[in-house]
Ligand binder design. Structure first.
Ligand code: NAD
Length: 272
């Protein structure tokens, strides 16, 4: 990752808050954990048992910088695990003020990228929809119920994608379009409770997920070809996305709900 959040005037602005982040062991979720922790929020990372070592490394690195952090094994597709995970995190660091649903998958491991939507196996459809859509809703349901029980205001940030806006990525595009619509429905439902819900739709971000979508193409050729499509001339970093998340949980966005921010280097402007 190689990029560390530098102190600016934003430092410690989230002091005393707690942020729950799914998928915080890697990529965008991890960068959000680092960025919000640097701003003073205590962090609960929820990720798969298979990512326990990476979750632990994230927690260690936050603690070394003086932040409060915990990781909890949770498969977000299982409502029981989500409920138990939120209860454990609440006991350890206190109840959630902010939630970032960064856990996501691009594809089932065995999926062939060249097949059309009509040829897509049921197993691939369920895998992607379960994690990206149901998994996000499971965590939002559990955490916002805690906010409502306490009559606390809060902010929820979902991870959609530019793929939600372009019909190019099969089931993944459908799942991210569903996340975007879910964001807007929840923003309406939760506004009377003072809970804001917004989405980030990143472009091509340099994380372990990105190259999994390149099919058989050589990594360097693929990266050069992708970068050429981006008006700002580079892939995004996970910290570019974490900056948007910091804005969306902070008071600076207090009048924004049901919105989408696109850290995509201009990708979705299209070409002339
Ligand atoms: N990288 C990109 O270019 C890009 C672009 C647009 C949107 N996104 C979205 O951003 C989010 C984060 O992606 P990333 O690039 O950081 O990917 P990543 O693969 O680096 O991280 C995803 C994390 O989610 C976790 N996860 C997967 N399934 C889970 C489950 N069932 N329960 C709990 N945790 C689970 C993984 O263990 C991993 O730690 C995803 O929702 C992705 O769709 C990524």
């Amino acid at each position: 990752m190689g990029q560390v959040y530098r102190n600016t005037e934003m430092t410690r602005r989230l002091e005393g808050s707690r942020t729950y982040i799914s998928g915080g062991a890697s990529g965008i979720g991890r960068a959000c954990a680092e960025r919000l922790a640097a701003a003073g929020s205590s962090i609960a990372i929820m990720d798969l048992p298979a990512s326990r070592e990476a979750s632990g490394e994230t927690v260690d690195s936050l603690e070394r910088r003086g932040s409060v952090a915990i990781s909890v094994d949770v498969d977000v597709t299982d409502p029981g695990q989500v409920s138990a995970g939120v209860a454990r995190a609440t006991e350890a660091i206190g109840p959630p003020d902010f939630v970032i649903t960064a856990a996501g998958v691009a594809t089932a491991p065995s999926h062939d990228h060249t097949v059309s939507l009509l040829e897509t196996e049921a197993e691939h459809w369920s895998f992607v929809m379960d994690v990206n859509v149901s998994g996000s809703l499971n965590l939002i349901r559990e955490t916002t119920s805690s906010m409502m029980d306490r009559s606390a205001s809060g902010s929820v940030v979902t991870l959609s994608s530019v793929a939600a806006l372009n019909p190019t990525r099969g089931v993944y595009s459908i799942s991210k379009a569903a996340v975007w619509m879910m964001t807007r429905i929840l923003a309406r439902e939760l506004a009377p409770c003072g809970i804001r819900v917004n989405s980030i739709a990143p472009g091509l971000i340099d994380t372990p997920m990105l190259p999994t979508t390149r099919g058989g193409e050589d990594l360097e050729t693929w990266a050069t070809r992708q970068t050429a499509r981006i008006p700002l001339g580079r892939l995004g970093s996970p910290f570019d996305v974490a900056s948007a998340a910091l804005f969306l949980v902070s008071e600076d966005s207090s009048y924004i709900t049901g919105s989408m921010i696109r850290p995509d280097g201009g990708l979705t402007m299209g070409s002339a």
